[in-house]
Design a protein around this ligand. Structure first.
Ligand SMILES: NC(=O)C1=CN([C@@H]2O[C@H](COP(=O)(O)OP(=O)(O)OC[C@H]3O[C@@H](n4cnc5c(N)ncnc54)[C@H](OP(=O)(O)O)[C@@H]3O)[C@@H](O)[C@H]2O)[C@@H](O)CC1
Ligand SMILES: Nc1ncnc2c1ncn2[C@@H]1O[C@H](COP(=O)(O)OP(=O)(O)O)[C@@H](O)[C@H]1O
Ligand SMILES: [Mg+2]
Length: 308
């Protein structure tokens, strides 16, 4: 297994340019978060609001129509798109209703709350095939890939001319994808390294700490260990937040490896800020979102460094 590079807690692994005085929404990307179902509307809302707090100019949540009003109610800045559903989750027609919207998107994040029904499967398969679209896949999107065995061959592999594809599995999801036991960190990193090299993916192996496995310039996978974050983040929805953070950074023009590393770093910083302001035991994904607002500028270069 390649050696592990451990990130300092501060400064971040990289920074994004500070905002020009004349900036407008279009400079920071339009992104789409796809997922949610009845009973799991919060997951896609957490991802979508996280993208707003990471600095995206425009964010829409594409959700089953039956939960549209619920998701729209989470945040006035969030736009929503109602897709065909079966009363619970995406129907098979949802993918056809999504395709013509994708060309306008700088990046798409898919999976939180989508469930493993056939409508979700058609959506994920369609997005995997769109190799010109920067993509984050999480949660049930990863469970669907495992169930359908879509990564057994290289059909959905991405080469260096394709857009970035970032997976964000927790150890249970990575075990389903690769067979590497969730309890064995080294084995999981080996398996993620093999998948990253074979399919040209960036893989965030979430946990305490999280690792990012990505192909560096010479085509070999590197393993980068994050040092921000804390066990207070072991609470429902924290991974959904990360999906939105990474999708936002892809939409702001970062590469897969950069969006994944900076995204994991600022996500952990938000968790640390939430733990400090509230408590580890008492914090929820909502407080991680609130804290993200407070720390987001730590990702940007100081204005004078940019002369803007
Ligand atoms: N508010 C909402 O709408 C929310 C909606 N959500 C949505 O729920 C859907 C299911 O996602 P999920 O992660 O909750 O369940 P699942 O895929 O079964 O994986 C959990 C199992 O994996 C294993 N496991 C082993 N190691 C592990 C580790 N380090 N970290 C985590 N798990 C680990 C362990 O299995 P065990 O060892 O217990 O057999 C554990 O029981 C998904 O679409 C998500 O977006 C959630 O985000 C919550 C908020
Ligand atoms: N002990 C821990 N230390 C640091 N970060 C953690 C810890 N436990 C969980 N996290 C982080 O919280 C998130 C949990 O993701 P996930 O299990 O997908 O949550 P959910 O699906 O409920 O949103 C990951 O980003 C993970 O790195
Ligand atoms: Mg998750």
């Amino acid at each position: 297994m390649p050696s592990i590079v451990t990130q300092s807690t501060s400064p971040p692994p990289l920074r994004i340019p500070s905002r020009e005085v004349s900036a407008h929404k279009g400079n920071f990307g339009r992104v789409l978060l796809v997922g949610g179902s009845r009973g799991m509307a919060g997951s896609i809302a957490l991802s979508s609001i996280a993208a707003l707090h990471t600095g995206s100019g425009l964010v829409a949540a594409a959700v089953p129509d039956c939960i549209l009003d619920c998701v729209a109610g989470f945040h006035p800045a969030l736009m929503t798109i109602g897709l065909p559903d079966d009363g619970q989750r995406f129907s098979d027609a949802a993918w056809e209703s999504t395709q013509d919207r994708l060309s306008a998107q700088a990046a798409v994040g898919c999976g939180p709350g989508i469930t493993t029904g056939s409508g979700g499967a058609k959506m994920v398969e369609g997005l995997l095939a769109k190799k010109d679209l920067p993509l984050v896949l999480d949660a049930d999107a990863l469970n669907l890939i495992a169930q359908q065995n879509w990564f057994a061959d290289d059909r959905f592999g991405r080469n260096k001319d394709d857009a970035a594809c970032v997976l964000t599995p927790h150890p249970g999801e990575l075990q389903r994808l690769t067979g590497a036991p969730a309890s064995e960190v080294d084995g999981q990193l080996e398996a993620a390294t093999e998948m990253a090299n074979r399919l040209g993916l960036t893989i965030v192996v979430k946990g305490g700490p999280s690792h990012v496995v990505y192909q560096d310039g010479n085509g070999e996978a590197d393993v980068w260990r994050n040092t921000t974050g804390n066990p207070g983040m072991a609470t429902a929805g924290c991974g959904d937040v990360l999906t939105g953070v990474v999708t936002s950074l892809l939409g702001q023009g970062l590469s897969g490896p950069d969006a994944a590393r900076l995204g994991v770093w600022i996500h952990g910083r938000s968790g640390d800020e939430a733990a400090a302001r509230f408590s580890r035991a008492g914090m929820t994904a909502q407080q991680v979102l609130d804290a993200l607002m407070l720390v987001a500028d730590e990702m940007t270069e100081a204005a004078n460094e940019q002369g803007s």
